[in-house]
Design a protein around this ligand. Structure first.
Ligand code: SF4
Ligand code: F3S
Length: 111
């Protein structure tokens, strides 16, 4: 079992989640984070910390594709363990549909 970051993180990237993860398994892209499914210990403490409600357990319907998405990018993006400012677009973009159209495969800075 694992938790996954879903598309509502895109263009928000609040990063509150990284502060509470006991195993530092969040990885940073340019405009979203992902969780490494093999490193997550399924503790669940990050889920309520996300202001965008973007973190879900893999028991959710349809979560399988998100597990693979999180795995793919966690293997190529840098780890992030320290909270930083949310993206400037966060308030405006929280909850907007169609976010995959603006998803960036580029890595973030990590840290
Ligand atoms: Fe980290 Fe726990 Fe969230 Fe997994 S469920 S990403 S171990 S805080
Ligand atoms: Fe993204 Fe929520 Fe973390 S918006 S960066 S999953 S706190």
């Amino acid at each position: 079992m694992t938790y996954v970051v879903k598309d509502n993180c895109i263009a928000c990237k609040y990063t509150d989640c990284v502060e509470v993860c006991p195993v530092d398994c969040f990885y940073e892209g340019e405009n979203m984070l992902v969780i490494h499914p093999d490193e997550c210990i399924d503790c669940g403490v990050c889920e309520p910390e996300c202001p965008a409600d973007a973190i879900r357990p893999d028991t959710d319907p349809g979560a399988e594709e998100w597990v693979e998405f999180n795995r793919k990018y966690s293997e190529i993006w840098p780890v992030i363990v320290t909270k930083k400012d949310q993206l400037p677009s966060a308030a405006e973009m929280d909850g907007k549909p169609g976010k995959m159209e603006i998803f960036s495969e580029a890595p973030g800075e990590g840290g």
